[in-house]
Design a protein around this ligand. Sequence first.
Ligand code: FES
Length: 352
Amino acid sequence: MKPIIRKALKSSLAESLATPLSVDHYLGLIDSKLSVDEPRGRIAEATRQTPDSVTLTIEPNDNWTRPAPGQHILFGIDLDGVRHRRCFSIAGAPDENSLEITVKRNGDGAVSNFLVDNVEPGQLVYLTHAEGEFYPNASPPARALLLSAGSGITPMMSILRAWIAADELPDVVFMHYARTSADMIYEDALDRLADEQPSLELVKRFTSADGRISADTLDAAVPDLDERMTWLCGPAGFMDSVQPLLDARTTKPVFREQFESSRREAAHGEGEVHFVQSDVAASGDDGSLLEIAEQAGLNPPYGCRMGICHSCKCRVTEGTVRNLRSNEVQDIRDTDIQLCIHAAAGDVAIEL
Ligand code: FES
C-alpha cells in the first residue's frame, strides 16, 4: 500500500466515515489480507514433511517487517469464528519475502492439529511482528554449534539459512535429535544443504536407535566444542540434560531458546482464585492461573503458554502469586501479569 494511501486511510476522516465499522473492515471486502497497519498474511503453501507436522509458507502484506534470525511470531487463525493465537518460530531466512513456520501436532492442541490436518493454501492468517533475542549477534562467529531437538530445529533453520543467504556461513556443526528419521522435520533440506556447503557438518541422532544425548556422544560429535558459540533449542528435558554438558565444556556464549514451559516444581498453587468479571471462584491448587481459568470454563486469550508472547496478560486486582519460572512470590495489586507463568500463592482476584 502506498504511504500516501496508508496515511489517508489512517486519518480521523477515514475512521469516522468507516464508523461504526473499521477501515480494515472495508479493506477486507477488497482483499482480506489488506489492513491499514496490521500484519496479515495468506498461506501460499502447506507442505507435510512428516506425518505429524505441516510447513506453512506465508505471504505477508506490506505491514510485515522482516525478522531477525531465530525470532518467533504470534500467529493467529480464525476457527469457528474464534481467533486463536499461537507462538511459532520462523524457520525461513529473514530476507525472504515470505515467511515459513513449521507446526507439529500437539496432543490436544486445537490449532496445531487443525493446521497439521486441514489447513490449505489461501487461508488468511493474522501475524505479529517478530520478536526474540535468540540471535543477538551482528555477524556470525568463526565456529558455531547449532544443537536442537524436536521442533527446536526451526529457529536453527532460520539462523543457518540467514548465514547462507548472506554468504557468511561459518564452520558449523548442526547436531539434531529426533525420535526417528520419519519424525525429523527439515531432514531433506538439511541433507541437501550439508551436500552443498562444505563448512556445514550435519550430525543427526535418532533417540529410538542412538539414545538420548550424553557426554560421550557430544564429545565424539563436537570435539572442539570449547571453540564454538552454541545455539541451543528444544524441549525442556533436552535443555536440562544438555546445559550441564555445555557448562563443563565451554566458556563461549550459549544462546538458549525453549519452546516448552520451563516450570519446575512449582506447578501447584494455593488459595482461592476469584475471576471478578465472570464472577467465578476456583481453587488455586492445580496449575497456572491460565489453566485454572480454563478449568473453570473461561477462555482467556493465550499464545505460547510459556511466558514469551504476553497474550495471556491479565490484571490481578489483588492477591499473592508465584512466578512459576523463578518461584518468586509477590503480593500485588492492580498489576498486569502473564497468567500462564503464574500460580496462586494465596487468594487472588483477577479481572477476567
Ligand atoms: S500465553 Fe504467551 S505469555 Fe502467556
